[in-house]
Design a protein around this ligand. Structure first.
Ligand code: BTN
Length: 332
């Protein structure tokens, strides 16, 4: 089938889009086949693939197929339509990958354009900062965005700040919660980590060839027991008074995130990050606090004063010295 812009839409994506649009209503295989421009057998085949991936589509003999309201699934075609005309985005959606950063990095090396986005329902080798593993169970938002910024390699950490700021603003806009950014790359809710960012780049001394901005947001996924005190999810934080967990719509969240990120990135390219840094500072839970930044070869403690124009953290130590740190774990 061709969409409004004449682009060929995958049969799977169009069937899921139609079932998502009419959640709670049974649609006949014949009707879906007609709209998707395929046979009824092809519809049946796609539905059973999706069920194997864990999408809880209900089938009823001689009635058809239905997606329940409660189904938590990323609907790639709804996402594309929500971004159409705003972000010229290429969405590559997977059920399972090792790491979306690796997939996006491979795509970038063979020429994928800016705003190629890799999103997966689950990662079996999700990567965190400083060589750590990143738990990526189903229900989270695990994505990587390819960018090709015209900037020197030393400024690339600014893109991680930009991504963190965009995630915090998305959460605040979409859920009404009060998300804050923590230097360098975390987003926090009520003092607990809800999102981490891992950026990689390919560059020579002067020029960046491409960056991969990897974003992991705990949305409806369970939080591992040993992380309960320090990490949280949007669903956990949006609990009702009765402790009932809300399922947060990940497709809507991702749509808003990519829109906000694109707007931030466009502005960033015109003012080299000045206004983004201003917004980052006003959502920061790091500045004005006593911190210790631990890196491979040092540990620096002091008052977090500011972030500089390359995203480094400016710290005033107890003996009055002012230092800038560019990487490390920031303990508050
Ligand atoms: C951190 O340690 O805080 C950074 C975590 C980054 C996780 C995201 S999930 C999507 C992308 N793919 C990965 O393997 N890692 C990043």
């Amino acid at each position: 089938m061709l969409d409004d812009m004449g682009i060929c839409v995958l049969t799977r994506d169009i069937i899921l889009f139609l079932l998502d649009r009419d959640r709670g209503i049974f649609r006949s295989g014949e009707e879906l086949a007609k709209i998707a421009g395929v046979s009824r057998a092809a519809v049946g085949k796609q539905v059973s693939h999706m069920k194997k991936e864990g999408i809880p589509i209900m089938s009823r003999r001689s009635t058809g197929y239905m997606l329940p309201h409660s189904a938590d699934v990323i609907v790639a075609e709804r996402l594309r339509r929500g971004l159409s005309g705003i972000v010229d985005v290429q969405i590559h959606e997977y059920d399972e990958v090792g790491s979306t950063n690796d997939v996006a990095g491979d795509m970038a090396r063979i020429g994928a354009g800016e705003w190629s986005v890799v999103v997966a329902e689950t990662q079996h080798a999700g990567k965190g900062r400083l060589g750590r593993a990143w738990d990526s169970q189903r229900g989270g938002l695990w994505l990587s965005v390819v960018l090709r910024p015209d900037m020197p390699p030393r400024s690339v950490p600014l893109l991680s700040l930009l991504a963190g700021l965009s995630v915090a603003n998305t959460i605040n806009e979409h859920t009404g919660l009060d998300a804050r950014v923590k230097w360098p790359n975390d987003v926090k809710l009520n003092g607990k980590k809800v999102c981490g960012i891992l950026s990689t780049m390919s560059a020579d001394a002067q020029k960046v060839h491409h960056c991969v901005i990897g974003i992991g947001i705990n949305v409806n996924n369970p939080i591992l027991n040993d992380l309960q005190g320090i990490a949280t999810s949007l669903s956990q934080e949006s609990c009702g008074k009765m402790g009932d967990r809300r399922i947060v719509d990940r497709t809507d969240m991702l749509t808003i995130l990519l829109r906000i990120m694109k707007t931030e990135y466009d502005t960033f390219q015109t003012d080299n990050g000045t206004s983004m840094l201003k917004r980052w500072r006003s959502l920061s839970e790091t500045l004005g606090r006593n911190v210790t930044v631990v890196s491979a070869d040092s540990s620096i403690s002091g008052l977090a004063m500011n972030v500089d124009s390359d995203g480094g953290l400016i710290i005033r130590t107890p003996d009055g010295e002012t230092l800038t740190v560019h990487a490390g774990d920031c303990l508050i």
